[in-house]
Ligand binder design. Sequence first.
Ligand code: CAO
Length: 485
Amino acid sequence: MAVRKKASKAKAKAKAKAKAATKKVVKLKSKRPAAKASSAKAAANGLPKPSNKPYGQAGKALDGVKILDFTHVQSGPTCTQLLAYLGADCIKVERPGVGDITRGQLRDVKGADSLYFTMLNGNKRSITIDSKNPKGKEILERLIKHCDVLVENFAPGALDRMGLTWDYIHKTNPRMIVASVKGFGPGPYEDCKVYENVAQCTGGAASTTGFREGPPLVTGAQIGDSGTGLHLAFGICAALYQRNRTGRGQKVFASMQDGVLNLARVKLRDQQRLAHGPLTEYSQYGEGVPFGKATPRAGNDSGGGQPGWILKCKGWENDPDAYIYFITQAPVWGAICDLIGKPEWKTDPDYATPPARLPRLKHIFATIEEWTMTMTKFEVMEKCNAVDIPVGPILSMKEIAEEQSLRDTGTVAEVDHPVRGKYLTVGCPVKFSDSITEVKRSPLLGEHTEEILTKVLGYSAKELAEIKTSGAITPPEKPAKAEAA
Ligand code: CAO
């Protein structure tokens, strides 16, 4: 009942507000230029006004969302970096004197944070807190009260061992969302530590990647780490949305095994299809090789219903990336035949239909390759695109780093770092028509400790001095030699 009363009161308030707003718009209407009239009309209709800001400049999508970022290595930091790109204030908590282990991993510039760290922690602020120090715990409690989301990817049980149990967090701030990445969900492996390739192997990707006659392969795309970070970010946004209705936080959990399997779902599709006969689009079918009990590795076969393969292009002898992915999409079969100089294949019953082509794919791709080898991968792409044939040049990371169109869209962004200088990072992979997505450099270890303690958490200068001597934000000092003796 009380809820209903509150709701009707709120409705009446909103009505009055809307009325006032309408009046305001009407008053302004006569003074505004004609171009603005449509937005005023929309407001009068109860519809939101069209933005009068330039494309993508009407604020940040996650403005006001405060993240207590307890992540490290890759999976968690990918998640929080995405949220930070979208405007969330991301406060990264790191161990004093140590920080995220990746700061020092795969270092390319002496004394500077590694690219491993800088490319996964942009747009964040760094505070150092020893979560096991009593004063550190007190600071964390204030942060829990201040923030909307805690994100972590510690080994199973580590957060609880810090005293940050769900019960404690939920009691301290019932609105807080606690989001975690772990290697596995509940089950036989739930206590295991997991890194990228473990997830690729246990999520079904490795067994279905590589060539039939070779061992399982992991892929270079970090589908276990970055893929799971992406899944978690999606979960957090959904939980924030639900919190608007319920006012309550909740636990959001993403296991790396689940994330990889979600990305490899077409292979579970094929597993089930096997019960009903061979997988005709796999080249092993055309080669007459019988299928086993599980989804096999399919080399460079296309995962969908349109056969595809990677073909050599001009220069392949010296350039490891002089290749193109070529798809023999059925609707453009005629165009393919004309382009490669085999117009007779359009009517030849052995080649004219997709089922007739299946047992001949090896020969077909070898013939197309004779044609692709006469041109660079970009020339092949130009010729194919002109007649709607889907192809994809194999782009090296060097080519991607130098690709102007990716710079223009902000997908590849250059940022300046006070220690290492300029570096490239991957910007927001999702584009918005109404929101700004800025890409800023990663923070130095503890760069924002004082700023967060005083400006965000409201500690006084006296309290800050006490915190400094407590060892909560600085590594424990080694005793002076004379004292130690
Ligand atoms: N102050 C004090 N202690 C801190 C701290 C801080 N600010 N931050 C971390 N620690 C402590 C933790 O409390 C933990 O201590 P205990 O084990 O004594 O409780 C300790 O640091 C180590 O944490 P960890 O076990 O998470 O780290 P690890 O290097 O041993 O393992 C990893 C790393 C990634 C294997 C593990 O965290 C994990 O399995 N995470 C979940 C899956 C995941 O995200 N994997 C992807 C990693 S990217 O490839």
